[in-house]
Design a protein. Structure first.
Length: 247
């Protein structure tokens, strides 16, 4: 690797698996000191066993007080990667208020809490990079049966642009990544829970113009760019990494 993130401290949420895990590893491999957070001790311990220099912390990104308490113990964060997310399946007619509230809390409020807790530190440092995981199913494109997911992931894009505009003078950049369908444990769980897993897998792949799913590592590579000094003139943008599905 090229040590693009040498001497930087990165905090990654949802780092136990999927995009979060791949990004934590990519940041580590590029020289960053990485703090990997999740609510799953098992996956965190597996990550730490494989990469002992990655610090792991059980942290619920929807728990405001837990976040504030933990961040108060850290003196420096250069990079925040918000990867927490939940995919609800259904139209507005299948979305109950509890589904709306849960999806909003996980997909949007978690990022609000994390950004609000860490931004003062970045302001004091006069610099930082925040990267939020949105989705191509958002304000970019409407997908069937993704009503509340698309709504909340669209909100992530709005949150990203607002933070970018408010803190550009403080040398703080805020960008988002909009993945297409990515092979991950959470995707595999959704496939397995469908009435016909084999057909569900075929359908997911068929809707991708490239004829394949993305990989978590492909998303992580873009995260490295946005976190690095290569992207110092890039803020408020959403980069689609979706195999052409949003064209």
């Amino acid at each position: 690797m090229t040590n693009k993130l040498k001497d930087k401290v990165a905090l990654v949420t949802a780092a136990g698996q999927g995009i979060g895990k791949a990004t934590a590893i990519a940041f580590h491999n590029e020289g960053a000191k990485v703090i990997a957070t999740d609510i799953n001790d098992k996956t965190l311990n597996e990550l730490n066993k494989e990469y002992p220099k990655i610090e792991v912390k059980n942290l619920d990104s929807t728990n405001k007080n837990a976040i504030k308490d933990y961040i108060s113990t850290i003196s420096k964060i250069d990079i925040l990667f918000n990867a927490v997310g939940f995919v609800h399946h259904g139209t507005i007619l299948e979305c109950e208020e509890k589904d709306w509230d849960f999806s909003s809390n996980v997909n949007v409020k978690s990022m609000y809490f994390m950004c609000k807790a860490i931004l003062p530190m970045m302001v004091k440092q006069n610099g930082g990079s925040i990267i939020n995981v949105s989705s191509c199913a958002s304000s970019l494109k409407g997908f069937p049966n993704r009503f509340v997911y698309g709504t909340t992931k669209g909100a992530v894009i709005g949150l990203t642009k607002a933070i970018a505009a408010d803190f550009v003078k403080q040398n703080i950049r805020c960008n988002s990544i909009a993945p297409g369908t990515v092979f991950s444990p959470s995707w595999q769980d959704r496939v397995n829970q469908s009435p016909d897993p084999i057909q569900a897998k075929k359908d997911f792949i068929a809707r991708q113009p490239m004829g394949r799913l993305g990989t978590a590592e492909e998303i992580a590579a873009v995260a490295v760019y946005l976190a690095s000094d290569d992207a110092t003139f890039t803020t408020g943008t959403t980069i689609s990494v979706d195999g052409g599905i949003s064209i």
